[in-house]
Design a protein around this ligand. Structure first.
Ligand SMILES: Nc1ncnc2c1ncn2[C@@H]1O[C@H](COP(=O)(O)OP(=O)(O)OP(=O)(O)O)[C@@H](O)[C@H]1O
Ligand SMILES: O=P(O)(O)OC[C@H]1O[C@H](OP(=O)(O)OP(=O)(O)O)[C@H](O)[C@@H]1O
Length: 207
């Protein structure tokens, strides 16, 4: 029996671009891939098993070895510092992490607050700037925080800038550029090196 490569795919906005990339690399993915509520999709023709996870959870599946490889945003990698190899920049879902706030406002002198989905990235960024801040962890709609007085600043993903603009916020600092990465479990890399190398090679050719 051929060995199977288990791939953790992020549901949501990366998914479509990642599937397109795999198809461009010549892998045959079934139609159910594009329109299904299934969380595990086997593609025996390619010896692939896909598991469909929340983007923030992909690194967890790969670190624990229940997925051999996965696709994760660099933002997630920076936030979580997991024990996985990052082997390829897929150059999809490009965006950046930024500090934003209401225009013309200063951070309050006493206990300035920063709202974010990325508490580790945000605290190390402000620490490096020599600024002490209180981090408020949110799970989405981060732009709300300065608008209703929960925080002085936010640290969040910016892509087109539309969300900031439509909510009357401005980008104040650019932290880091983000794209999605192919990540690999270190043990899988030893045991399934041929399959993984082939995938990396085929993807590299079309990126
Ligand atoms: N506006 C954006 N434009 C481009 N890429 C983005 C954007 N927002 C996030 N990303 C990238 O896509 C990844 C997944 O984002 P997505 O919004 O699909 O998931 P999520 O917000 O973490 O999950 P969910 O919305 O399901 O809770 C992020 O980790 C980031 O790398
Ligand atoms: O610059 P833009 O192109 O407007 O994209 C940026 C927005 O996209 C992401 O939000 P998402 O859509 O994932 O929703 P969320 O607030 O639930 O995280 C991010 O958190 C920003 O809010």
């Amino acid at each position: 029996m051929r060995e199977v490569l288990t791939i953790a795919m992020p549901k949501g906005r990366i998914f479509e671009e990642a599937a397109e990339l795999l198809r461009k690399a010549g892998y045959l993915l079934p139609p159910e891939f594009d329109d299904s509520r299934k969380l595990i999709i086997d593609v025996p023709e390619e010896s692939f098993r896909f598991i469909l996870a929340k983007p923030m959870d992909v690194t967890t599946y790969v670190e624990h070895g229940v997925a051999d490889i996965g696709i994760a945003g660099k933002d997630v990698m920076l936030e979580e510092e997991r024990d996985v190899y990052e082997v390829l920049d897929l150059k999809i879902s490009a965006c950046h992490l930024a500090v934003a706030g209401l225009p013309g406002t200063k951070m309050s002198d006493i206990a300035p607050k920063v709202a974010t989905k990325y508490p580790n990235v945000a605290s190390s960024y402000f620490r490096e700037q020599g600024q002490q801040v209180e981090i408020i962890k949110l799970n989405g709609s981060i732009e709300l925080a300065p608008m209703i007085g929960l925080a002085d600043r936010i640290v969040d993903i910016v892509s087109t800038g539309r969300t900031l603009e439509e909510n009357g916020l401005v980008q104040l600092e650019h932290i880091v550029d983000i794209t999605s990465r192919l990540i690999v479990n270190p043990v899988s890399y030893r045991l399934k090196d041929k399959m993984i190398d082939e995938l990396v090679e085929r993807l590299s050719e079309i990126i």
